[in-house]
Ligand binder design. Structure first.
Ligand code: DER
Length: 232
């Protein structure tokens, strides 16, 4: 369908432009990144590339291992040439909402170790301002703190919070790091995402927010007409 084709086009364009022989590559999480890994496997095989892949989740780890790509870690390669990842929404400043898949904590760590973060997404993620298409910001928190953290966020900024509950598992979703995730349905009119992120990040119990501010170098959007738009 259109959206899947758009995701694939963005992913292929990003891999073709940014993956080079000998590089250390951060591999993101979600569904769009699967197309990027498929294209990476093609290129590694066709061009005999040596690319060490650093995972950002159990899902990414499985993708790397199942596709017989070279698996690395931040222990051995703490500086990456590039990280390719998805996003839930991207604004005109390349501020991202991530964490739709609950993986934002390791994604942000890996992205922070990469010389450049390249985002791959379909047209439903391409917004002028955050909130146009994606209505919540995932926040990973230490389980015992989920009620007080939720109260502090809604007291300070408004909106409403929801503890993310499992679908195929009874009780709350547990992240790859053993934590809970709060989804904050934020109010309209917020513009200074940097200070919102910094405030929330400092609330005791917060592990990481899904706000990626001033981190992405560029974004590839697959459009509904089959073309790819890049934003830097
Ligand atoms: O959870 C995440 O951060 C994912 O990268 C998400 O933001 C994008 O997932 P998608 O490619 O399946 O839309």
């Amino acid at each position: 369908d259109l959206k899947e084709q758009a995701k694939k086009k963005a992913a292929v364009a990003a891999v073709d432009e940014h993956v080079k022989d000998g590089m250390i590559l951060g591999v993101g999480s979600g569904s769009t990144i699967v197309y990027a890994v498929e294209r990476l496997v093609e290129r590694v095989e066709q061009e005999k590339l040596k690319v060490v892949c650093i995972p950002t989740s159990f899902q990414a780890h499985q993708l790397i291992v199942q596709n017989k790509l070279l698996l690395g870690s931040l222990d051995t390669t703490p500086i990456l040439d590039c990280a390719i990842d998805g996003a839930d929404e991207v604004d005109s400043d390349l501020t991202l909402i991530k964490g739709g898949g609950g993986c934002q904590t390791q994604e942000k760590i890996v992205a922070s170790c990469a010389r450049k973060l390249v985002i791959v997404a379909d047209y439903t993620k391409d917004s002028k301002t955050l909130g146009e298409q994606y209505k919540k910001i995932p926040i990973e928190i230490i389980p015992l703190s989920h009620v007080p953290v939720s109260l502090k966020i809604s007291d300070r900024f408004g909106g409403k919070t929801q503890l993310r509950m499992g679908k195929m598992k009874a009780g709350p979703v547990v992240s790859d790091n053993g934590n809970f995730i709060i989804d904050w349905f934020f109010p309209e009119g917020i513009t200074d995402w940097k200070s919102v992120h910094e405030y929330i990040k400092l609330i005791p119990g917060v592990v990481e927010t899904g706000l990626f501010v001033n981190m992405a170098e560029m974004a590839y959007f697959g459009l509904s007409d089959g073309s790819v738009k890049t934003v830097t």
